[in-house]
Design a binder for this molecule. Structure first.
Ligand code: F0G
Length: 351
């Protein structure tokens, strides 16, 4: 089948008309990989929804194709977002594709190198603020509500509409909804979108059940778990370094309606899961993505999945190459040796 992106595939579930000019990079249709290591460890089938395989390397492309298509339909000339990196990379790429001006506000010093490179090469106007994501988002909301610039953060309802397509793909692949769905939570748009998607697919008779949603925040950036705004959120998973999520309420609804939980994982647990995915599964995801896997491993230790059957899907939200520095900092550096046969053989253990 020819794949032409999520809008064409899931048109019946999306607010588009014949008048909507579709701006697409053929996003979606990402792998759902059975994890042998995690399945054995936990005793249920664990699948990895590898959304780092999207055109700009993160799940944001699913929502951005919708938000930018609708912005074009409404004759918008400029879009703006606050971002920890992936939203800005995606907004910049989709804007470049259709000739929109794109302005992004990022927290200085807390955005991974690959994401910054993407926004810049796509020619977005990149502005770093001496503050965090939450402050950037407050500014962007103020500006886009006063001037003719379209907000393309996940507060834009078209973003959520597009992102729910990941839930559809999972159900199509598994022929039903999974029993559990684990997902990192930052600004909380994605957990909101998945839950909406699962509910809509069930209502349409495409599935028979709904998953329990398992959301995971980074321990020092866990406002939903700690039940208060975090003024100075911290975590090495900079994508989810957020202290006041915009979709806080709908994330709680997803948790409560599904009978799931939102929990937190430490940076150490995130790093361990990040390395495990790369080294035992061959899947390179960015640290924030590994929060979903760290989360189910944490729950497994408390016997959460005991006597449960069926499958767990973990969303891996972004590609590992987004944050090359973190990868290099956490592995052994290559040895540097003389370029002769004897020395190389010695190095690889052949006498
Ligand atoms: N994982 C990655 C890789 C992300 O980039 C984000 C969010 C999340 C998880 C959390 O998703 O916000 O919908 O709960 N990144 C946003 C950004 C904030 O600006 O790129 P969420």
């Amino acid at each position: 089948m020819k794949w032409e992106g999520i809008i064409k595939k899931y048109r019946d579930f999306l607010p588009v008309t014949d008048k909507t000019p579709i701006v697409s990079l053929q996003e979606g249709n990402t792998p759902l990989i059975l994890s042998n290591f995690l399945s054995k460890e936990i005793g249920l089938d664990v699948y990895l929804k590898y959304d780092g395989a999207n055109p700009t390397g993160s799940f944001k492309d699913r929502g951005m194709t919708m938000a930018i298509s609708k912005a074009k339909e409404n004759n918008t000339t400029a879009v703006m977002c606050a971002s920890t990196g992936n939203t800005s990379a995606s907004a910049a790429a989709y804007s470049a594709r259709c000739g929109l001006k794109c302005i992004v506000l990022i927290p200085e010093g807390n955005i991974a190198l690959g994401k910054l490179a993407q926004a810049m090469i796509h020619n977005a106007q990149v502005i770093a603020i001496k503050g965090n994501f939450d402050q950037a988002l407050t500014l962007v909301k103020e500006i886009t509500s006063s001037y003719p610039i379209e907000l393309v953060n996940s507060l834009n309802p078209f973003r959520i509409e597009g992102q729910k397509s990941a839930a559809f793909e999972i159900c199509d692949f598994l022929s039903d909804a999974p029993v559990f769905h684990a997902i990192p939570v930052g600004n909380a748009g994605n957990i909101t979108a998945y839950w909406k998607g699962y509910k809509e697919y069930k209502a349409a008779g495409k599935t028979t059940c709904l998953p329990k949603m398992l959301g995971f925040q980074a321990a020092k950036s866990a406002p939903i778990v700690d039940k208060h705004i975090i003024e100075n959120p911290e975590t090495l998973a900079t994508a989810i370094r957020i202290g006041n999520p915009a979709s806080w309420k709908t994330a709680e609804e997803a948790r409560d309606e599904s009978g799931g939980i939102i929990d937190k994982v430490t940076d150490e647990e995130i790093l361990q899961a990040y390395k495990m995915l790369a080294q035992k599964e061959g899947v390179f995801a960015e640290p924030a993505s590994a929060a979903s896997v760290a989360g189910i491993l944490k729950l497994h230790k408390t016997n959460f999945f005991k006597n449960q059957k069926g499958n767990i899907v973990c969303t891996l939200t972004g590609h590992g190459l987004k944050d090359p520095n973190l990868a290099i900092e956490n592995v052994q550096k290559p040895s540097v040796i003389e370029p002769d046969l004897k020395t190389v053989l010695k190095e690889i253990g052949i006498k």
